[in-house]
Design a protein around this ligand. Structure first.
Ligand SMILES: [Zn+2]
Length: 337
């Protein structure tokens, strides 16, 4: 069913699957953005938290798109004790084109928040999410993968929060995805993120990186699919306890904090990037991380890139072709649990 964004029957019992009609800016047509609302069938006495889950915020990141599409069909409203809202392909235009940003307006959905009702397609979708979904949700999940450029250690992610109790609660929910890492990252790198806006509105906001290289990682899909179910169990929306995922126990992640911009190292020159270590590796200051080749000379010049400090390399550049200034590596500190 195709409906206007202001016609969503939020309170209807059971499962509602719709496509939202957002008019295109430059041509005669629409971006039809899928939305599922799952409400309990039986009357609920206790107030239970609403969980909102987003995938396809970047169109060339696929684990969340496929896992959430299946969850829309698989979650049984008869078992639910709370509302679940799922948008598996948020930047539908970008998802359809397999691109990071929407082709229609060139906008990166994860820089478009809180959105603008009078803006281009991506800003109007972001405004709908901000006003209609984030405002009613208590827990907001935005599930990514590295796209073309970044290779992350499989992780969920969140910002440092000044409120310790809030941070502990957020960390607990991030941990039930049972990823090997939880990445505490800087808010200063960019603005307009979906999770930033949700956090500013007082919500528990969790991100994550579940793959990369514009592929579909079976491991990443498993962590998204069961991880969302584990969040629903932890919040009481589903019965039962969070389960291990691919043999990893919830709460077993190494927690790596990189919230200092100095730990996001840019490429000093453009060329071919040869990484020598996978993300997630423990490194020592001075250790070789990779080489950048200036191939316009022969013999080619190359610059070794070494760790600027001890720590865990939580992410690195993934593509071979690298422009000057691209983030090459991110090194953080492991925190005690
Ligand atoms: Zn992304």
């Amino acid at each position: 069913m195709i409906i206007q964004p202001d016609q969503v029957p939020w309170d209807r019992a059971g499962a509602t699957h719709v496509r939202l009609n957002f008019g295109l800016d430059g041509s005669w047509g629409s971006s039809l953005v899928p939305l599922t609302v799952l409400n309990p069938i039986r009357p609920i006495v206790e107030p239970v938290r609403t969980v909102a889950v987003f995938g396809g915020t970047h169109g060339n990141e696929y684990e969340s798109q496929v896992a959430l599409t299946r969850l829309c069909a698989d979650l049984d409203p008869a078992e639910l004790a709370g509302r679940v809202i799922i948008m598996p392909r948020l930047s539908e235009d970008a998802c359809r084109h397999g691109t990071r940003t929407a082709v229609e307006d060139g906008v990166n959905m994860n820089r478009a928040f809180p959105g603008d009702p009078g803006g281009s397609l991506s800003y109007r979708i972001a405004h709908f999410v901000s006003t209609m979904i984030i405002e009613q949700a208590e827990v907001v999940l935005d599930l990514h993968a590295g796209g073309r450029e970044a290779a992350y250690a499989l992780c969920t992610s969140l910002h440092p929060l000044p409120d310790e109790r809030r941070f502990a609660e957020s960390l607990d929910l991030a941990s039930v995805f049972a990823t090997p890492y939880v990445f505490i990252y800087s808010r200063q790198l960019a603005s307009g993120l979906l999770t930033d806006h949700a956090e500013d509105r007082g919500k528990i906001a969790i991100g994550g990186e579940f793959g990369g290289g514009e592929t579909v990682s079976p491991t990443g899909v498993a962590h998204v699919y069961q991880g969302v179910i584990n969040v629903l169990r932890r919040t009481g929306a589903l019965p039962g306890e969070p389960e291990p995922i691919l043999g990893r126990a919830p709460g077993s992640a190494r927690i790596v904090r990189a919230d200092d911009l100095a730990d996001y190292v840019p490429a000093p020159l453009g060329g071919i990037w040869e990484p020598v270590l996978p993300p997630g590796t423990d490194v020592r200051a001075g250790q070789l991380l990779g080489r950048l080749y200036d191939v316009d000379h022969h013999p080619a010049r190359f610059e070794p890139i070494v760790a600027h400090r001890d720590g865990v390399m939580i992410a690195c550049y993934q593509r071979a072709v690298c422009e000057t200034g691209r983030t090459l590596v991110v090194i953080g500190d492991e925190l005690p649990r």
